[in-house]
Design a protein around this ligand. Structure first.
Ligand code: UDP
Length: 319
């Protein structure tokens, strides 16, 4: 019997690598495509021994050729942290626009189902709280985050156009803050920053007064939600995230407690356009997919901490 085949763009990234594992476990042949700008072979090295895993070192903004059949295209390639957008603004815009176009064109040519990794950043600095899928957002197109937000909004529009005009079978997931093993230690996002600072005995850099909120979802829960969305009939964007909201200061305190670190808080300026609040309304995912997150913050942080400790080669936490 021939196995179903999936292409995962950004497959060597944080989320992409977890998806590669999920598809392999489900009996798929997996083509992992990545230009390794923010992804890393280390994330998928353990999969190379599997005959059903293939790696293509390619930039998805260029013409993509994948020989043979494809049943699913998962478009996850993109820089995904605010400091990456600052360093790679044009690549971020290109992968969201040209890259999405190429990936959709491929899905169309192969008759494959297409799933776009979109984002809560589509809601910008939201004026509606919590965020439901029918909220159109409050995005500054010309600010430093605009390169990501607008690229993903364009990607959603392009996905819907391919669905409506070409009849491509599409799905759109709006991903809220997610954490877990294989985040880059230096990607600048709150969790990797706080954990590596705590492990090094450095003070935790909280931006602004730390009163801005986020809602953090463990990667296994996210992958389960994406999996269910892919296998559902829902074409319109669907939020997947953990609705348990907290301030960034509370989050920093949680990391200090978990790591047993004696580091303090070092307040730094708030980056431009940093959303003041963020919390997914997941009623739609609950209703249509029967999905909700299961991993508690304590469990998720503990599992992530193990990964960071191992990567940093830290034997004892600085107390
Ligand atoms: N943040 C922080 N210190 C850091 C990194 C991030 O206080 O070292 C804040 C950031 O300003 C934002 C929140 O933590 O309010 C989440 O930031 P992250 O970059 O993880 O993701 P975002 O939700 O902003 O995309």
């Amino acid at each position: 019997m021939t196995k179903p085949r999936v292409l995962i763009t950004g497959g060597a990234g944080f989320l992409g690598s977890h998806l590669c594992e999920r598809f392999l476990a489900d009996g798929y042949e997996v083509i992992c495509m990545d230009n390794l700008v923010t992804g890393a072979l280390r994330n998928v090295e353990h999969l190379f021994a599997d005959a059903d895993f293939h790696f293509a070192h390619q930039d998805v903004t260029e013409f993509i050729h994948v020989p043979g059949r494809l049943d699913v295209v998962m478009h996850f390639a993109s820089p995904a942290s605010p400091i990456d957008y600052l360093e790679l603004p044009i690549q971020t815009l290109k992968v969201g626009s040209l890259g999405t176009h190429k990936a959709l064109g491929l899905a169309h040519a192969k008759g494959a189902r297409f799933l776009l990794a979109s984002t809560s950043e589509c809601y910008g600095d939201p004026l509606v709280h919590p965020q439901r899928e029918d909220y159109w957002g409050n995005v500054n197109p010309v600010g430093p985050r605009g390169v990501y937000d607008e690229a993903k909004r364009f990607a959603e529009a392009m996905t819907m156009a391919y669905h409506r005009y070409h009849g491509v079978d599409t799905r759109i997931v709006r991903i809220f803050n997610t954490y877990g093993p294989r985040m880059r230690l230096n990607d600048g996002r709150a969790l990797p920053a706080f954990m590596s600072q705590a492990l090094r005995g450095e003070d935790l850099t909280v931006f602004g007064d730390g009163s801005q909120t986020r809602s953090f979802c463990f990667v296994d829960d996210l992958v389960d939600g994406i999996w269910r969305l892919l296998h559902s009939d829902e074409v319109m964007p669907t939020n997947i995230g953990n609705p348990s909201e907290m301030t960034i200061l509370q989050f920093a305190a949680k990391v200090l407690e978990l790591t047993g670190s004696r580091s303090r808080i070092d307040f730094r300026p708030l980056p431009q356009d940093d959303p003041k609040v963020r919390q997914p309304d997941i009623s739609k995912a609950r209703r249509l997919l029967g999905w909700e997150p299961k991993v508690t913050l304590d469990d998720g942080l503990r599992r992530t901490f193990e990964y960071f400790r191992e990567r940093m080669g830290v034997v004892a936490v600085a107390r």
